[in-house]
Design a protein around this ligand. Structure first.
Ligand SMILES: Nc1ncnc2c1ncn2[C@@H]1O[C@H](COP(=O)(O)OP(=O)(O)OP(=O)(O)O)[C@@H](O)[C@H]1O
Ligand SMILES: [Mg+2]
Length: 367
């Protein structure tokens, strides 16, 4: 059994209201850093609050070390939580803010002092212990919130969008810090965000949620390379996956995915999975990074179509081309952009046949 087991977890806020969390099942290992990722309103905060005990569960169970915790008070669960708003007290010094949870636990004064200093050292705010929150920057306040959470040496460290009040640059620095602290402290961590690049960069595993359900749980590379659903393929990666409406046709002994402005030979490895769709519609997903384009390209077996470049968005190391296939706007990630300008005509092959097919009705990957 894993360290934290979430079984058939459900939540309704009102008796006959909608299921906000709909049968969530996930196992989290000791020491793991797992990220709950999903769009606004999908139930991330609700789920993490049920784990912390701030919200009652409607159904299912949560086990830590094999023991159900759902009937325990929040303070008896061994969890620490950091909120989006930090929730540090303005009338207390940094020292007193960090010491507060230990005072509640009636820890002896000398030990409190040692642990406060240790937590402040871990977050590099030792020199700020006498200050008040109003005298500090957002990033420093964030560190106080982190110190106060780690000072209790929680079994479970829960963070609900802890970086969302920080500017873009500080977010990136602080997420690395949080990961470092996690590694040093070894506590099991759950981190909530709706920012996919934040999730990708810090998670051991990502649990992707949509409308109260789990779409996929996997390592960052798994959810990117092996997206289980159309939703995941669209949510993970920037720019997002391009989708084309295709019809599967059987011709010349091959299967083809054809639609408005393109015709693509279904790769051999996917032929048996795609064959049942012959004569029917399917969603074809192509990541912008796997579209090889150039004006003088030889068509390969993985040829998709010709493209007319409408706009070029230079990003320094690469560029994003804005183009169309049929009437659909498509984005292409290219490093061969030095001689590509708006108005250019190019051919497009799919690199390594990296395409994904999705069932139109269920949104599930066809593979
Ligand atoms: N106390 C409440 N009473 C009734 N409905 C609620 C309550 N709290 C949240 N909800 C609803 O539950 C759904 C999920 O909310 P939740 O806060 O868990 O989403 P979230 O994934 O954390 O979103 P965000 O990224 O915006 O923070 C939303 O539709 C929200 O309106
Ligand atoms: Mg939330």
């Amino acid at each position: 059994m894993s360290y934290l087991e979430i079984r058939d977890l459900q939540k309704r806020y009102t008796k006959n209201g909608p299921l906000i969390v709909d049968h969530i099942n996930v196992s989290i290992e000791k020491g793991e850093f797992i990220v709950f990722l999903g769009p606004s309103g999908c139930g991330k905060t609700t789920t993490i609050r049920m784990i912390s005990g701030l919200e009652e569960v409607t159904g299912g169970d949560i086990l830590v070390d094999g023991q159900s915790i759902i009937h325990k008070l929040p303070r008896d669960r061994g969890v620490s939580m950091i909120f989006q708003s930090y929730a540090i007290w303005p009338h207390m010094t940094v020292y007193d803010n960090i010491a507060y949870p230990l005072k509640l636990q009636k820890v002896p004064k000398k030990e409190i002092d040692e642990r406060v200093r240790e937590a402040a050292r871990a977050t590099e705010i030792e020199q700020l212990l006498k200050r008040y929150p109003a005298q500090m920057s957002g990033g420093q306040r964030q560190r106080v919130a982190v110190s106060r959470a780690i000072v209790v040496k929680p079994k479970l460290f829960l963070m609900d969008e802890p970086l969302s009040n920080l500017d873009a640059k500080l977010r990136v620095t602080m997420r690395t810090e949080l990961k470092r602290i996690h590694t040093e402290q070894g506590s099991t961590s759950i981190f909530v965000t709706h920012d996919q690049s934040e999730a990708m960069s810090i998670a051991d595993r990502i649990m992707i949620m949509y409308k109260g359900n789990i779409e996929q749980v996997g390592t960052p590379m798994e959810v990117y390379q092996d997206s289980a659903t159309r939703f995941v393929a669209e949510f993970i990666g920037t720019p997002p996956t391009n989708f084309l409406d295709a019809k599967i046709e059987q011709e010349e002994g091959f299967l083809w995915a054809a639609g408005d402005g393109f015709r693509y030979r279904v790769p051999q490895r996917l032929a048996s999975a795609v064959e049942p769709y012959a004569g029917r519609e399917i969603d074809l997903g192509i990541r912008p990074e796997f579209m090889d384009v150039s004006p003088d390209m030889t068509r390969t077996d993985a040829y998709l179509c010709d493209l007319h470049v409408d706009f070029v968005e230079p990003q320094g190391s690469h560029a994003i081309l804005i183009t169309r296939i049929g009437s659909k706007e498509i984005k292409v990630h290219t490093v061969e952009h030095m001689n590509l300008t708006p108005g250019a005509d190019v051919s497009c092959n799919i690199r390594k046949d990296m395409v994904m097919f999705f069932d139109k009705e269920t949104g599930k990957r066809v593979r």
